[in-house]
Ligand binder design. Structure first.
Ligand code: HEC
Ligand code: HEC
Length: 443
């Protein structure tokens, strides 16, 4: 395996980048879309259905079982905690504390995040260490400070209860109570937690009176000069990516150790901004009590000497006090005015995208997508991955046959790698977990 990184700031190597760009534009990237730089209101439009995985379709019975398990204290060591103890529906599915407490009675390391709209999530926990909601749910059950119950033991407890055995049978057939089925039912329930429409949605749908002119000014800043929508994008107001926003306390290493990228140290997953009014305190460490406090951080509080600071923050221009108030006023239009209740949407089963491998040696990262998404290459041949996007990416292979990490690839930088052994590999971006490149290596 050989590695080459081209940095445009390096005079000699910049030629390599320029050549690569020209070649790519002419050949394999002829169809690449231009980078979309302007945010439009329709980018925030609500979806019509909830995505559910093919291996855990939702049924009313499964959701009902998951709802019960979510509140079932038998899943904790001493019967004192359930998911609902920390993700309280009356507190925006949080615990309302800066840092909550589990069975151990000591404050947890991180703030309890809301569970709104996680059906669309691409990774879970502040550092993204779980890939699915099913995988995530084992975490709090077994965590010594949270519920401290080996999942196998929790399954034994439920198996000893004829009522639980019956309800699991009704949902999962002969499979009955099992570790996997506990997690499936919990995840199915969590996928129903879709936040309701707010005034902002009415505005997106065309009702000009839904927002005041003052709030619309806040939106203009959010989507424009203040640069918030670079990361808080899409209808859930998150890019599902990890960023260091320069908080003063850097003791929690965040995404760094998970991604194996030093540049991701102190980076955390961009949180949703929906129903924010009901989900405080804010940030991964619960250090900010108010929305205004978070906004003030962005305009003057950023620890900007840290090398891990997100590149997406650098274009900030000072926003005056009145404008900060406009921003806060806008953010509040993303929250319900009375305590929000989940709304029901139809479900769509997420079909795995059919993979057609194409012969290619150059791959683009434009629009936070590897393109082509599935390539065939011969062993030993160089694969070049170019960041022709306007944001930072990376290329990581974590495979028993080969591990590789590009480090952070800033816009304009490319990385080259080759594979020694034939087989199928996945190249992922550690910053944007939704980005995946399938590679078939032939002899
Ligand atoms: C003692 C409090 C506590 C309990 C009990 C608890 N959680 Fe959490 N939950 C947290 C904290 C704190 C985090 C963030 C941890 C981290 O990021 O490292 C979290 C994170 C999550 C996330 C990730 C959200 C996201 O945006 O990525 C999900 C999903 C979740 N919990 C579901 C559950 C489920 C299901 C249960 C019950 C099986 C549960 N939690 C029990 C405190 C708790
Ligand atoms: C570089 C990407 C990025 C940009 C740009 C950005 N944010 Fe954030 N935002 C994040 C991340 C990441 C967090 C969580 C950070 C943490 O806890 O360590 C966050 C947290 C927040 C929170 C707290 C939410 C919660 O539930 O804890 C609010 C509110 C917020 N941002 C608003 C804004 C506003 C307003 C702007 C524009 C002025 C903005 N953000 C710009 C990435 C970004």
């Amino acid at each position: 395996m050989r590695v080459r990184t081209t940095r445009p700031s390096h005079p000699h190597r910049s030629i390599v980048v320029a050549c690569a760009l020209t070649a790519l534009a002419a050949a394999s990237f002829a169809g690449a879309e231009p980078i979309k730089t302007k945010v439009t209101l329709s980018d925030f439009a609500r979806p019509a259905s909830v995505p559910v995985p093919a291996d855990n379709p939702s049924t009313p019975e499964k959701i009902a079982l998951g709802t019960q398990l979510f509140a079932d204290t038998r899943l904790s060591r001493d019967g004192s905690k359930a998911c609902i103890s920390c993700h309280d529906p009356n507190l925006g599915f949080t615990d309302g504390a800066s840092r909550g407490k589990g069975v151990a009675g000591v404050p947890l390391k991180r703030n309890t995040p809301t569970l709104w709209n996680l059906a669309w999530g691409e990774s879970f926990f502040w550092d993204g260490r779980a890939a699915t909601l099913e995988e995530q749910a084992r975490g709090p059950i077994e965590h010594p400070l949270e519920m401290d119950m080996p999942l196998a033991k929790a399954a034994e407890v439920l198996k000893a209860d004829p009522k639980s055995v019956e309800s699991f049978k009704a949902v999962f057939g002969s499979d009955g109570v099992s570790e996997a089925n506990i997690l499936k039912a919990l995840a199915a329930y969590e996928r129903t937690l879709v936040s309701p429409r707010t005034r902002f949605d009415r505005w997106v749908e065309g009702d000009e009176t839904a927002l005041t002119p003052y709030e619309k000014k806040g939106y203009a800043l959010f989507a424009g000069r203040a640069g918030c929508a670079k990361c808080h994008s899409g209808w859930r107001f998150t890019d599902e990516a990890f960023h260091d926003i320069g908080l003063p306390d850097a003791s929690d290493k965040g995404r760094g150790p998970i991604a194996g990228l030093a540049h991701m140290t102190t980076a955390f997953k961009t949180p949703t901004l929906r129903e924010l009014v009901w989900t405080g305190p804010y940030l991964h460490d619960g250090s900010m009590a108010t929305i205004e406090g978070v906004n003030d951080h962005y305009f003057g509080g950023i620890e900007n000497l840290r090398s891990t600071l997100s590149k997406d923050l650098e274009s900030f221009v000072p926003v005056f006090t009145e404008e900060r108030k406009q921003l806060s006023a806008f953010l509040k239009t993303l929250s319900s005015e009375t305590p929000p209740q989940p709304v029901t949407l139809p479900t769509t089963v997420k079909a795995p995208a059919p993979v057609a491998f194409v012969d290619a040696k150059n791959v683009s990262q434009r629009g936070s997508k590897f393109s082509p998404a599935a390539i065939r290459i011969r062993k030993g041949e160089m694969l070049t991955i170019l960041n022709d996007d306007d944001r930072a990416h990376s290329a990581v292979v974590a495979d028993p046959r080969m591990t590789f990490s590009s480090g952070v690839q800033e816009p304009g930088q490319s990385v080259a790698l080759s594979f020694k052994d034939p087989g199928t590999y996945v190249v992922a971006c550690a910053i944007h977990p939704g980005m995946k490149l399938a590679v078939e290596v032939t002899d």
